[in-house]
Write a protein that binds this ligand. Structure first.
Ligand SMILES: C[S@@+](CC[C@H](N)C(=O)[O-])C[C@H]1O[C@@H](n2cnc3c(N)ncnc32)[C@H](O)[C@@H]1O
Length: 213
């Protein structure tokens, strides 16, 4: 996967040289790199914390649930240069920024949609190598599994970003994480890797999973 580690930072090669998407630093070397801010992107936090089994290729296809304004989507777009990121976001105001981003980056397909109703975007997407989920909702594990079942290729993987407090504000995060893992295993998903996101995000975990059926 074309991700670069520079002076304690993670970075991607800028697909659109000269353009900074969310105010991130640009570094000029042989080519231009964009510093990937781990406090703005949970995937950058996971990579800095050692996530090692996610392998996106230049032609990979990604379904991204909870795209927001496209901070993380933009770095994935730097990596899958000849692939595609289907970026699903349900807030129309936020999705407008995604549309603007997709004008600069043709490998992003913005979708105004609800990740709890995946059939709504079934006809405008395709099977993907990665289903990425960062919706910060109480039912995120369930909607993630539904999307994996519909969209993942047979050898595809899923990356679920779990924010304990959006599931339960009272229970201990460790217990919440265990419960979400149990739900995944019961439905036939195998957990390949777990990475905590501290110190960048408190009480968050990234789970990399594959279908085991
Ligand atoms: C934590 S933010 C995502 C940040 C983003 N992943 C990033 O790294 O740049 C969660 C986003 O999920 C969106 N969201 C929440 N529920 C959703 C749903 N059911 N379908 C689609 N998007 C949803 C929210 O509007 C919000 O923009």
């Amino acid at each position: 996967m074309k991700v670069y580690f520079k002076d304690g930072n993670v970075a991607t090669k800028n697909l659109t040289p000269g353009i900074s998407v969310y105010g991130e630093e640009l570094i000029q070397e042989d080519v231009e790199y964009r510093i990937w801010n781990p406090r703005r992107s949970k995937l950058a936090a996971a990579l800095l914390n050692g996530l090692e089994n996610l392998d996106l290729q230049e032609t990979s296809k990604v379904l991204y649930l909870g795209a927001s304004t496209g901070t993380t989507v933009s770095h994935i777009s730097d990596i899958v240069i000849d692939g595609r990121v289907y970026a699903v976001e349900f807030s129309p105001t936020t999705a407008k920024k995604l549309v603007q981003l997709s004008r600069q980056r043709p490998n992003i397909a913005p979708i105004l949609g609800d990740a709890t109703k995946p059939k709504g975007y079934l006809n405008i997407t395709e099977k993907t190598d990665l289903v990425y989920c960062d919706v910060a909702q109480p039912t995120q594990t369930e909607l993630f599994m539904r999307n994996m079942n519909l969209f993942s290729t047979d050898d595809g993987v899923g990356l679920l970003m779990i924010k304990a407090r959006s599931i339960d504000v009272v229970q201990k995060p460790k217990k919440i994480f265990k419960e979400q893992e149990k739900k995944l295993k019961e439905k036939g998903f195998k957990i390949i890797e777990k990475v905590k996101l501290e110190p960048y995000e408190k009480d968050h975990i990234a789970l990399l999973v594959e279908k085991n059926f």
